[in-house]
Write a new protein. Structure first.
Length: 197
């Protein structure tokens, strides 16, 4: 079974914010593929949905903890390194500009608190991540660094600008394609394809 996890914050007020893009895209994947409705899984404090894609059993997870405690939800589902490799974490990435996505494997958190929490909880960083860019970009496409803790918090909890929404539709399509490729081919082949886009 492959596991897809969407990171974000659980309350409605965080919906469609940059920090919730992982959570929002996993919800889009669920709807597109007509998986069962979300059920609350008490032990892990998360919402889960099961379904099948391309003959493979898939478990979707949305932690109902805040981003910084995402690892707590993972402990119930990922108990071995083998399971970790079969688990794709979908999350926002401040080092990538809006419009960019990347699959990474066995990498440090890069300051992403949800990933930090997962690495601590499941005691490995050997899991694939679908990183979705949320950083502002210049007209030429260069990433504008967001500096200082206050500025970072403000940025990640903000909604996308109207000028970014068109780009976001494309990104969502690509992200769903990336999830499908991960399910069909595993993280290595999926990353070869996705990271060359």
């Amino acid at each position: 079974m492959k596991i897809i996890v969407g990171l974000g914050n659980p309350e409605d007020k965080y919906k469609n914010t940059r920090h919730n893009i992982g959570r929002d895209f996993v919800e889009s994947f669920r709807k597109k593929n007509k998986f069962e409705d979300w059920n609350f899984h008490k032990k892990s404090n998360s919402l889960i949905s099961e379904g099948e894609f391309n003959g493979e059993n898939i478990l979707l997870i949305l932690p109902e903890t805040y981003m910084n405690n995402s690892g707590k939800a993972m402990m119930s589902f990922v108990k071995t390194k083998k399971q970790a490799v079969e688990t794709l974490i979908v999350h926002d990435e401040l080092d990538l500009g809006v419009g960019k996505i990347k699959i990474s494997f066995n990498k440090n958190s890069g300051g992403q608190k949800g990933i930090e929490s997962i690495i601590k909880s499941i005691k490995t960083k050997e899991f694939p991540r679908l990183r979705i860019g949320i950083a502002p970009v210049t007209p030429s496409g260069k990433v504008k660094k967001v500096l200082g803790e206050e500025a970072v918090v403000k940025h990640v909890l903000s909604k996308f600008k109207p000028s970014e929404l068109e780009e976001l539709k494309k990104v969502e399509k690509n992200a769903l394609k990336a999830i499908e490729l991960f399910i069909e081919k595993g993280h290595l082949l999926a990353s070869n394809e996705i990271n060359s886009w």
